[in-house]
Design a protein around this ligand. Structure first.
Ligand SMILES: Cc1ncc(COP(=O)(O)O)c(C=O)c1O
Length: 248
C-alpha cells in the first residue's frame, strides 16, 4: 500500500521488509488527507503498518484551529503517545483530578491539545461528511470551469477517493507576476509549496532537480474553502484568465 509523504502517495512496498528488519517505523505525513482513501480504497490512517499523522490547522480538511492527530496502531503505542504528549506522565488529566500524585515514566513534551481546540474539532467532526462533499463538489466545479482554458492545467486528483485540501493549477509560464497581479486585486491565490531541495535547511544534500525546479515556478493554488460558491469559483477563474492576459 502506498504511504503518504507530504500528501503524495509513495509506494514503499519494495522496501517495507528491509525497514521492518532494521526496526525502522514508517511515519506517514497525511497532513492534508483527512477523510481520503488510498488508491486501493482503504481509508488513510487504516494501514496497520504505518503511524499516520493528520494536521488540523485552520486550512485543513478537519480543523481544530491548531493541532493534529496521530493514529496509534496498538494500545501500547497509544499509551506511549499520551505520555509523550504531556511531560511523560502516565495518568490522564482526568485521572489526576482524583489523585494526590502521578508518575513520570520518561521524557515528554507539552504537546497536548487544549480542550478549546478539541471542542472545535469535535464540532467539525460531526459535520465532516458535509464538509467533505462540499470540498469534492468545489474541486469538480473548478475542474469544469477551468476546462478548455488555454495555458492552465489542473493538477489532477482522484476526487472520488480524495477529500481535496486545495486546488492547484500548472501554468505554461512562470507564475510570480500572475500571482502578484491577483494579490493586487485582493484574490487569495497561494503557492503550495516552494521545493524542499532549495531550502537552506537541506543545502548539505542539495543537488539539481531540474523538473521540480521548473514546475515549482509554474504552480499556483486557487482560493479553496468550503464556503465558496459556484459564482466565486467562476469569478476566480475569470480573474486568473485576466491576470494571465494582463501579464503576458
Ligand atoms: C504536507 C504537510 N505536512 C505537515 C504539515 C504540518 O502540519 P502541522 O502544522 O499541523 O504540524 C503541513 C502543514 O501545513 C503540511 O502541509
Amino acid at each position: 500500500m502506498p504511504v503518504l509523504y507530504g500528501g503524495r502517495a509513495v509506494d514503499l512496498t519494495p522496501i517495507r521488509g528491509h525497514l521492518a528488519g532494521r526496526g525502522i517505523q514508517i511515519v506517514e505525513d497525511a497532513a492534508h488527507a483527512f477523510g481520503s482513501r488510498y488508491p486501493n480504497g482503504t481509508m488513510v490512517g487504516a494501514d496497520p503498518a504505518v503511524l499516520t499523522c493528520f494536521s488540523h490547522d485552520p486550512i485543513k480538511n478537519l480543523t481544530t484551529g491548531q493541532g493534529g492527530t496521530i493514529v496509534p496502531r496498538t494500545r501500547e503505542e497509544a499509551a506511549a503517545l499520551r505520555s509523550l504528549r504531556l511531560f511523560g506522565i502516565v495518568q490522564s488529566k482526568d485521572a489526576r483530578a482524583s489523585l494526590t500524585s502521578y508518575e513520570v515514566q520518561g521524557p515528554g513534551m507539552r504537546f497536548d491539545m487544549s480542550q478549546l481546540n478539541a471542542a472545535i474539532g469535535l464540532a467539525q467532526l460531526e459535520r465532516f461528511p458535509q464538509t467533505a462533499a462540499v470540498r469534492q463538489h468545489l474541486w469538480c466545479t473548478y475542474q469544469a470551469e477551468l476546462a478548455g482554458l488555454d495555458g492552465i492545467r489542473l493538477v489532477d486528483v482522484d476526487v472520488a477517493k480524495t477529500v481535496p485540501f486545495n486546488c492547484v493549477v500548472l501554468l505554461k509560464r512562470h507564475r510570480d507576476n500572475i500571482f502578484l497581479h491577483l494579490r493586487e486585486h485582493d484574490i487569495g491565490f497561494a503557492v503550495h509549496y516552494p521545493p524542499n531541495h532549495s531550502q537552506v535547511a537541506f543545502s548539505a544534500w542539495r543537488r539539481d532537480l531540474p523538473v521540480t525546479g521548473q514546475v515549482a515556478g509554474r504552480i499556483l493554488g486557487l482560493p479553496f474553502h468550503p464556503s465558496m460558491t459556484h459564482d466565486s469559483v467562476r469569478y476566480t477563474v475569470a480573474a486568473l484568465a485576466d491576470a494571465i492576459k494582463a501579464t503576458s
